[in-house]
Design a protein around this ligand. Structure first.
Ligand code: ADP
Length: 332
């Protein structure tokens, strides 16, 4: 598998008026060719800073960013300009030129690379077809909806035939339905053109819907990274748990009994395992919280429960869950 990006021990320290702030701390990760890679975190976590290091809009303070094996920091201005043609970006605010028509906007990256006019038009029209907006070619952006403007921005991003598309909160200004349509379009482009996509977002739903792998950034630190299904079904870091199960009303410190957490994946989610527990063992548990999610059409979830006082009953119950294939962990 080829890596589009390899980040090794990235640090970014901002210096303002003699004050220093370290926004990225020792972040190392790779982005694989052909995948949709999500970077998620709370506001202020360092996501935008991180994505801006991927095209050297932001210089790193320490560490290395490699793009197809090339250290971005070592590039001369001309080399950097060339490589940036391979790295397209779309933003929350679309960043279209309002004085230019839709097709002129899409032609922009081709103008920069001095593609002849006739060829430019042809490519731009083709890109507008991909995003379903060929009929709007001669409109001005002001007359388009938010979702349509983002489609134009995507067409423009594709026109230069990039190797990677960086999306910085690209759907955050759109309502859920339009967000869904834009994500479907990005997925289609990923599948049909094999384009690697990096998505920065604070929204779980975005990652769930289209990302293959996800990195969770918390306070400038890489808290967790992995396959989306794995991270979402058994989040290991506190930051990941907070994102995956944000509204856990249960406070374990307020209970005296023995507590366990069971984590179940999609297959088990449909089984009435609590009813089965009672039927099979005659024992009951006190469910303190439950959270389930659907990821790619498959359910994931966890439950926190309080066990009865009798130690033998506790073991019977734990054995029952384990033999049903559920992951059981103690809560201290
Ligand atoms: P996110 O995209 O996750 O919301 P950012 O990368 O924008 O986070 O910001 C991470 C942290 O770095 C924030 O605390 C922010 O205030 C700080 N920061 C971002 N840009 C600058 C800057 N130019 N100067 C100083 N601090 C900055």
């Amino acid at each position: 598998m080829n890596n589009v990006y390899e980040l090794e021990h990235i640090y970014k320290t901002y210096k303002n008026d003699g004050k220093e702030f370290t926004a990225l701390k020792d972040v190392s990760l790779s982005v694989h060719e052909g995948e949709i890679f999500g970077i998620i975190g709370m506001s202020g976590a360092g996501k935008s800073t991180l994505v801006r290091t991927l095209n050297r809009l932001e210089e790193v303070s320490d560490g290395t960013v490699r793009f197809f094996g090339e250290d971005l920091a070592s590039l001369k201005p001309r080399e950097l300009r060339n490589i940036r043609h391979s790295i397209s970006m779309i933003f929350q605010s679309f960043n279209l030129l309002n004085q230019r028509t839709v097709i002129e906007n899409v032609e922009q990256p081709l103008k920069i690379t001095h593609t002849p006019r006739a060829e430019r038009r042809g490519i731009a029209m083709e890109m507008l077809k991909i995003v379903g907006l060929e009929e709007k070619a001669n409109e001005y952006p002001a007359r388009l909806s938010g979702g349509q403007r983002q489609r134009v921005a995507i067409a423009r991003a594709l026109a230069g035939n990039p190797k990677v598309l960086l999306c910085d909160e690209a759907t955050s200004a759109l309502d859920p339905k339009i967000t869904g349509e834009i994500l479907d379009l990005l997925k289609k482009i990923n599948e049909e053109r094999g384009l690697t996509i990096v998505i920065i977002t604070h929204e779980m739903a975005v990652v769930e819907k289209i990302c293959d792998r996800v990195a969770i950034i918390d306070n400038g630190v890489l808290a967790e990274i992995g396959d989306v299904r794995e991270v979402f079904s058994s989040p290991k870091s506190t930051a990941a748990r907070k994102l995956v199960f944000p509204s856990n009303p249960f406070d374990p410190t307020k209970s005296d009994g023995r507590l366990i957490r069971i984590v179940f994946d999609g297959l088990k989610a449909s089984e009435p395992f609590i009813a089965n527990l009672v039927k099979t063992t005659g024992k009951t548990v006190n469910i303190l919280s439950a959270n389930t999610k659907s990821v790619g059409g498959i359910g994931y979830g966890q439950m926190v429960m309080e066990l009865p006082d009798d130690v033998n009953d506790q073991e019977t119950i734990i054995e029952f869950f384990k033999s049903s294939g559920l992951a059981v962990s103690e809560i201290e």
